[in-house]
Design a protein around this ligand. Structure first.
Ligand code: ADP
Length: 504
């Protein structure tokens, strides 16, 4: 008998019944566990398969007979040689056969089978019989495959990621693993890097290293700034993001290392440049102040002697000479104005800001008082809304209002008396002031440029001025933490806006 079918095992007599029951029980258990039993008589090369063996191989137990060839016929072509060799080896070495291989069922399904078996031998050591089981391990193999693929994905991600990554033993500081980016960054090959201790690459701060490891043991994530020494001896500034990973009670430190050397150098450079800039700004301010201050005296001399010349010797001079003297006086007056404005401009930055409560209504009233002559001459009509009290430097605020209202009067349209309105509204934490006029307006392409020193849009003969007024306004507003800008429709008027922080 080389195959065991259920009909053959049916009880013929009562005496056979218990045997039948035992066999049935075994078959059902094999079906449930998906394993089959095989029994191979090596010398006669006959094989007996339990019914489940046929199931495992997808063979029909009615039409197929168990045989070595039947088994070979289902073996996956790639595993055929190996499976045969394993049996050969087990028989020769008298060891237990334990082998995993693939089969292809007649309808093309690939299954993984685990075969375990042991042989018996005659006195001469020749195998007589080998008996064992086959079980379907397809699901286990598939799960292993998924796991292996995921593991490979994670490893590839770690190995090939651009970020420098290290795995460290927090107790000893030994580098357990390092990716390719780490090898490149530290200048060692991966194998050498994995023999190093973190203290070999940490240039300084043994205390910090300890802190890093301790924080890992306390399962904290942390960021540290270290100095790491790379293979050539170079020191790099690094920011290390460390997070502990605890698996099965064992903690390792996962560190991502960012090279911040360039950033730190750039910050240092920026800081140095800032100091130098502040220094040279201060020197420039000093220079502008001293120069304009010292220029005043000789200028006054030029002006007064030219005037003296005009007064005393006018009768002795011809018309042309008198015209030249007039030009000289005009030049001196203009220069005086320039120096005064430059002094004002340089002073805006030098004085420390006194933060006093200032009523802008009162300030505007003073500004209008100072501008009275221009108001009378132009017939200007100036209106205002209710204006707030702010915390500011009152003399600079006065200057600001005076410059803006003064410009609104000066840049009026010919034959059109100036209509000027001053208002304020809240804008979040700030006040926004607006001075609106009905003057000549400003082409929007110049709306930035006019706040730069000496930038004017008109000839002096048309509208007098030095081009410093709005630069002073900008400086004052910015020193108070605000912004200043203009909105205008050329030919219709302009509105100058500026902001100031609100009182807390
Ligand atoms: P200045 O008044 O001495 O010319 P500013 O710096 O005060 O210098 O102004 C720069 C330029 O901006 C002016 O020459 C003028 O062209 C333009 N400007 C300023 N205020 C107004 C205004 N209210 N309406 C039209 N143009 C203006």
């Amino acid at each position: 008998m080389n195959r065991a079918t259920e009909s053959e095992l049916a009880p013929a007599t009562r005496a056979d019944e218990s045997l039948w029951l035992a066999t049935e029980r075994l078959n059902l258990a094999q079906r449930a566990a998906r394993f089959g039993i095989w029994d191979w008589y090596v010398t006669t090369n006959t094989i007996v398969w339990s019914p489940e063996m046929f199931h495992l191989f997808g063979l029909d137990s009615e039409s197929r007979t168990a045989s070595f060839e039947a088994w070979q016929s289902v073996l996956h072509p790639d595993d055929q040689v190996m499976a045969g060799q394993r049996i050969e080896a087990a028989l020769q070495e008298h060891t237990v056969l334990d082998n995993d291989y693939r089969i292809v069922t007649p309808d093309g399904e690939v299954r993984w089978i685990n075969s375990i078996g042991e042989a018996t031998y005659d006195e001469g050591g020749r195998p007589v019989r080998m008996i064992g089981i086959c079980s379907d391990i397809t699901q286990r193999k598939q799960a292993e495959e998924i796991l292996r693929t995921r593991e490979e994905q994670f490893r590839m991600m770690f190995e090939n990621h651009d970020a420098v990554m290290l795995l460290i033993n927090p107790l000893t500081g030994d580098i357990i693993d390092a990716n390719n980016a780490a090898a490149r960054f530290y200048g060692y090959d991966s194998t050498t890097l994995k023999t190093k201790n973190i203290s070999d690459i940490n240039a300084l701060n043994p205390e910090q290293i300890k802190a890093e490891r301790l924080s890992a043991l306390h399962e904290e994530r942390n960021t540290f700034i270290f100095q790491h020494r790379v293979a050539g001896g170079d020191i790099r500034m690094v920011e290390v993001n460390s997070s502990p990973i605890t698996l099965k009670g064992q903690t390792i430190l996962f560190s991502i290392i960012h090279d911040i050397t360039r950033r730190i150098r750039a910050e240092e450079h920026l800081q140095k440049t800032l100091v130098e800039l502040t220094h040279s700004n201060e020197e420039l301010r000093q220079f502008a102040y001293v120069a304009s201050h010292d220029l005043q005296e000789p200028l006054r001399m030029v002006a007064s002697y030219t005037e003296l010349l005009a007064r005393r010797y006018s009768s002795q001079l011809d018309d042309e000479a008198r015209k030249f003297i007039l030009y000289a006086v005009e030049g001196a007056t203009r220069m005086q104005q320039l120096i005064d404005d430059l002094l004002l401009f340089s002073r805006v930055g030098t004085r420390k800001l006194p933060q006093e409560s200032v009523s802008t209504e009162e300030l505007l009233a003073t500004a209008l008082h100072n501008l009275q002559a221009a108001i009378d001459e132009s017939g200007a009509e100036i209106t205002r809304d209710e204006l707030p009290t702010v915390r500011a430097d009152s003399s600079q605020m006065l200057q600001l209002f005076q410059n803006l209202v003064g410009n609104a009067i000066k840049f009026r349209r010919p034959g059109e008396p100036p209509r000027i309105h001053v208002s304020a509204c809240t804008l979040g934490q700030e006040w926004q002031f607006s001075i609106t006029d009905n003057g000549i307006g400003i082409d929007p392409q110049f709306s930035e440029r006019i706040f730069t020193i000496f930038q004017r849009l008109h000839a002096r003969e048309q509208y007098p001025g030095t081009g410093i007024g709005l630069a002073i306004c900008k400086r004052i507003v910015e020193r108070h933490g605000g912004r200043i800008w203009v909105e205008s429709v050329p030919g219709q008027g302009s509105t100058f806006h500026f902001t100031l922080g609100r009182l807390p």
